[in-house]
Design a protein around this ligand. Sequence first.
Ligand code: ATP
Length: 643
Amino acid sequence: MLRPFARSCPFCEVRSQARLSPSFRPQFQQTRLYAQIQRDRAARYAATASSRLRGGPPRGGRDKPRPSRMVLSDSVARPARPASDERPVRKKREPFSYLNRTKTNSIPPQRGETRRGPSNASEGRRRERDTRRSGEEPFHALKMQKTLHEIPYGNRSAIKKKIEEIDSFQALPLMESVQSAIKDALPDLEYRHPTPAQAVAIPALLGMTKSGRTRNPTKKSGPESFLLAAETGSGKTLAYLLPVIDAIKREEMRDKEEEARKEAADTAAAKENGQRDDIFSVESPELNKAVDPARPRAVILVPSAELVAQVGAVAKSLSHTVKFRAAPISAKNTATVIRNRLFNEHGVDIVISTPPLLASIAESNPNILARVTHLIADEADSLFDRSFKPSTMEIIDRATPSLKKLVLCSATIPKYLDKYLADKFPDMNRLVTPNLHAIPRRVQLGVIDVNKDPYRGNKLLACADTIWQIGKAAAEYDPAEGKEAVPTKRILVFVNEREDTEEVAQYLVKKGIDAIAFHRDTEPSRQAKTLASFTGTEKVREPKQGEEAKKEEAGKPGSNKRSLPNTKVMVTTDLGSRGIDTVSVRHVILYDVPHTTIDFIHRLGRTGRMGRRGRGVVLVGPGDRADVVKEVRDAMFRGEALI
Ligand SMILES: Nc1ncnc2c1ncn2[C@@H]1O[C@H](COP(=O)(O)OP(=O)(O)OP(=O)(O)O)[C@@H](O)[C@H]1O
């Protein structure tokens, strides 16, 4: 049977009839349409056959390389996509849109060829070389996406303008006690105006700025969420801690006022009824605080015990002026210490913990998160990585009923996190500083080619020699000669594998360098001591004078060897690079070339913190990616975000 539309088309009619009756076929084979169909069929066959001969990829692109998870996001500042019902409707294709084309989009790319790309690999390499020579577009060895470049210049200048408006902490509507805590509790601050991260985050967290970055203000549900993305060493800890303390104190004041008002109303009502309080009133039962579980108002989650201690110390220093109780707990504390801190009879306002520990406590004491109004996830990219994500999400879910503000902060936002946050928290306010994902220009990066003379591929030797060169000035200090005191140089050496920390540290010690390995298995007391000397929290001992110092030096084992005084070295992995505030470190040695730009940012971020100068040295040995190092170095030179 003929289909209705076929009847209106003479060609289709002819074709359908040919299909139906074999007697009609010879007549059909005379037509122009038949000739055209045959030509098309032959062309299609030839194309498929040649593709098969060349071993082209099967349909559906199963051979496509999987993108790495550790890729920096290029759209951190951009709000989440609109909800599906608000997505722009796709434009209908115009009837003659295929005419007068300027691009051949309809021709499928051949193997080894992208739509805009070259036809084979060698041509691709040649083209990339040419582009690099002509300086048109940088070559991306790490295959990272552009980050800050993607933020329009208008946006960047708008952020910068906003930052400039806030030139002192006094300009921020923080409570008086919080203002004085900044002054008194952190006397070491070299300058007391807010950093860009603080100027962007504090007003937003205090509710000063309208949350205009969300696309769906009407669809808001649950807590207000914020993503604070700012470069390393930019004071993110204070950026979230000050508004949280301010909110806690205000809430406390409101609660007290409410209580007083209620009490006054009760007394007035009792008087009106002519009752005598002292006889008839029944005392409400006192809450047994010793057994009542801790119910903090704020929770700060960090990925390591070292960071728990660090953030706990900042909170403690603030709590001397603004009265509040902070409980830093980690797996390094004993059960008694954790219980005493958490179930303190005077209550607790802020709990600082790692997600797995708090999640396990919350499982047996669900009430612990019942009053949380502020939840902070510091180093969010680590906390939403595979290992921490389940416990982090469990805490967020448990706290959601009472939660008012959820703040995630990090110095690096990988693409997978960016996408996850856009899906999970579409209303999230994105607070981004203009220098996100960039290493400050005040940090210089030097490269040592270990393959060349005098090291000839010996990385350990290159590392020891570099440390000796850096420590020379400090080593030449002789207190006996009464020269001006040279501060002890602290150098961080980063390796990729935990096992290498011990090997490198032992070699350096053999070469007369005061080096120590710092990794997860280091003994806790030694770990704390080592870290303290690098974070500047260690008590400084006066250098011993003259003969006494020399005698002590001579008494040390192996003192007949040449040794490098006044220089301390810590050999570590990523553990020492995440969030640790190594303010006294001026030199960082990258013994191994980091795997991603994210590692570059965090490792080099341990120096040049808060406006200070710093120096990084990369050792490029046999098998290391020199092109990656060159690319990072170029980006740093141009002051661009790492790609
Ligand atoms: N406004 C300020 N002025 C001067 N110094 C400040 C200011 N705010 C914070 N600092 C100091 O800057 C240092 C770095 O702060 P912090 O550790 O919070 O940085 P961060 O942004 O969290 O770094 P990272 O991303 O590496 O974790 C600290 O020693 C802190 O005392």
